[in-house]
Design a protein around this ligand. Sequence first.
Ligand SMILES: [Cu+2]
Length: 143
Amino acid sequence: MNKTLTLVLAICLTLSSAAMAEIKILKRWAGVSNGRGSAALYLQIQNTSNKPDKLISAQIAEATHTEFHNHIDQGNGILHMGIVDSIPVPQNGIMQFKPGGYHIMMQGLRPLKAGQDSVHATLGFASGQTVQVIAPVQAGGEE
Ligand SMILES: [Cu+2]
């Protein structure tokens, strides 16, 4: 391999890894599955690009079905959990999932034990980036 080709390849690799690193999962944990076989998955997602992004798909190896949920004030001050199409991740910012806020609801799970099990997620973003995460199951994760 000649030096010019080596240099071009090095630049390409640097550029592609920079482009792929715009979404980072800083934290991840799953709740214990309840008697109906569902549990919430929580993430802390960082977007280092200067364009807003959004989470548009989530496939969980251990679940038969997933939904994006948020708790929404329907005008009476009481928050109700509802399904949303996507979860926004602000430009140069962080989206923090939490009980009572955004989360991924996993359904069709076998019983998951805190401190022992983990779930494997493939996350798709509107920007085209795909991220794989392994989230440990922790006690205390509420819907
Ligand atoms: Cu939920």
